[in-house]
Design a protein around this ligand. Structure first.
Ligand code: BES
Ligand code: MN
Ligand code: ZN
Length: 491
């Protein structure tokens, strides 16, 4: 969906959207003679202007009727959350309504450019869908809304949208596409192809290692996961050099398991189709790199994505196998379904050996246990650095993709000691997300500032929310974007 800004309402047919901040109905003043009938209709519907509430009615216009969508923003009208709910409501209500054009008239409400672009971002995000394989949709099921025009915004909003937030919308959209695609379409090689197709003109640099190149580097942990699949793995490296020359980069390392059957420690059949989105960490990082490059972030950033498929064929690794990682550390693979940490291990070593990053943040759909801890409300944050924790928590809060810090401790680290190798790839069931984080931590060298985001509960949603329909959420892109802005560019 296109976002436009205008000084006055356009001519012709459109659905009119008016925000109402609780009892403050000043935005209705523009209705003129229709106002009292509209107010009566709102009162009949017991509409009180609460944030997230909406009422639809029709008013006479130009000899016909016009759809009027009234959206509540609550008393504190311009707060980020209310602004997002306003944008989301516009798209969820109008996307398949038959309306092609929506005009949001901000009227007498004092939205600053940040709040207005927040409305725009939420509206654009909520209108995203992927219908490539739905070839028999009835006309009534197809999206109709093509454009949202925002009237009455401060002058700088249009530029802020184009330069700062439209790139984020495009990044999130790219992530959602990668996450939505099934595993017969997106596997390591085609993941890379999709990224290649998306980057011309962005200034992103790309480098790709195949299985053979990784074998030469000794990436035995990642390759052990890949060896049961006919799909050759890839290590995808993306660089954005928008900062000062010579400044150490921030590295985003990610899990890109394009399908996770569990391997020989195979998963139950029910629900296994969900494991097509086990590349959600890599999807988020790829989308974030698109966003950062398109908004020309003043930061040096490198992304390292470990792309593999975890399958159980005759060549698959067995429980009990010992693999040697690129770091030299050996791992006893107790459970082949704990594969994400094996992929991250070598990707982190590669990042450190080649880029000497000042900060490493990894994103991964790492454990089912994080869903038990945090449900679908927060991503889990694990880190060896309190300042980094606060920066990431703040980025989560500001972006709307929320994080909650989880503990790490020596006592948890001990639980992954192995009698035959340097460590084993699983601990006990209890604290499963924490021992997974401790495992990853063992591959972080020289006390580098590091954080791990376990986003297994967040990349896919079974129900619609403010900024997404059910399906891929694009979680993580906005955290990376905000974190880079506040913690890297601002320095
Ligand atoms: N990809 C899964 C984690 C996952 C589970 C993501 C459910 C989303 C929803 C991961 O590779 C995995 O299988 N983890 C195991 C680890 C266990 C074997 C220690 C898990 O969480 O069960
Ligand atoms: Mn697994
Ligand atoms: Zn997995």
């Amino acid at each position: 969906m296109q976002i436009r800004f205008a000084d006055t309402r356009p001519a012709g047919d459109f659905a009119l959207v008016l925000p109402v901040a609780g009892k403050n109905r000043i935005a209705l003043d523009s209705l003129g003679a229709d106002r009292s009938a509209v107010e009566a209709a709102l009162n009949r519907q017991r509409f009180e202007g609460d944030s997230g509430s909406a009422a639809e009615l029709f008013i006479p216009a130009e000899g016909g009727v016009r759809r009027l969508l009234i959206v509540g923003t609550g008393e504190k009208g311009a707060e980020a959350d209310a602004a997002e709910k306003l944008g989301g409501a516009i798209s969820s209500r109008l996307l398949t309504s038959g309306e092609k054009q929506a005009v949001l008239d901000l009227g007498g409400l004092n939205y600053d450019a940040d709040a207005v672009t927040r409305v725009a971002l939420a509206a654009a995000l909520r209108a995203w869908r992927y219908d490539r394989y739905r070839t028999r949709l009835k006309d009534k099921q197809k999206p109709t809304l093509r454009e949202l025009t925002i009237v009455g915004a401060p002058a700088e909003a249009a530029g802020l949208w184009k330069q700062r937030w439209q790139p984020v919308y495009e990044g999130v959209s790219f992530t959602r596409e990668l996450v939505t695609e099934p595993a017969n379409i997106i596997y390591p090689e085609t993941f890379v192809e999709r990224v290649r197709a998306a980057i011309p003109g962005t200034g992103l640099e790309i480098e790709v290692l195949d299985g053979e190149a990784m074998r030469k580097l000794g990436m035995g942990a990642l390759l052990g996961v890949a060896q049961g699949s006919v799909r050759d793995p890839r290590l995808l490296i993306l660089r954005w050099n928008g900062g000062k020359e010579g400044d150490a980069p921030v590295a985003f390392v990610c899990k890109g398991v394009t399908f996770d059957t569990g391997g020989i420690s195979i998963k139950p059949a029910a629900g296994m189709e969900a494991m097509k989105w086990d590349m959600g960490g890599a999807g988020a990082v790829a989308g974030a790199m698109i966003a950062l490059s398109k908004r020309k972030a003043k930061a040096n950033v490198v992304a390292i994505c470990g792309l593999v498929e975890n399958m159980p064929d005759g060549n698959a690794q067995r429980p009990g196998d010992v693999v040697t990682s690129m770091s030299g550390q050996t791992v006893e693979v107790i459970n082949t379904d704990a594969e994400g940490r094996l992929v991250l291990a070598d990707a982190i070593t590669y990042a450190q050996r080649n880029y000497k990053p000042k900060i490493i943040v990894d994103l991964a759909t790492l454990t089912g246990a994080i869903l038990i801890s945090l449900g679908h409300e927060f991503g889990g944050l694990f880190t060896n650095d309190d300042d980094l924790a606060n920066q990431l928590l703040a980025a989560g809060q500001a972006s709307g993709d929320k994080l909650w810090r989880q503990p790490m401790a020596e006592a948890f680290d001990k639980l992954i000691d192995s009698p035959i190798a340097d460590m084993k790839n699983v601990g006990p069931r209890e604290g499963g997300s924490i021992t997974a984080a401790q495992f990853v931590h063992r591959f972080v060298e020289n006390g580098t500032r590091w954080a791990h985001l376990d986003i297994a509960g967040m990349v896919w949603s079974d129900k619609p929310n403010t900024t997404y329909d059910k399906g891929a959420t694009g979680f993580g892109v906005r955290i990376i974007d905000r974190f880079v802005e506040a913690a890297v560019e601002a320095r």
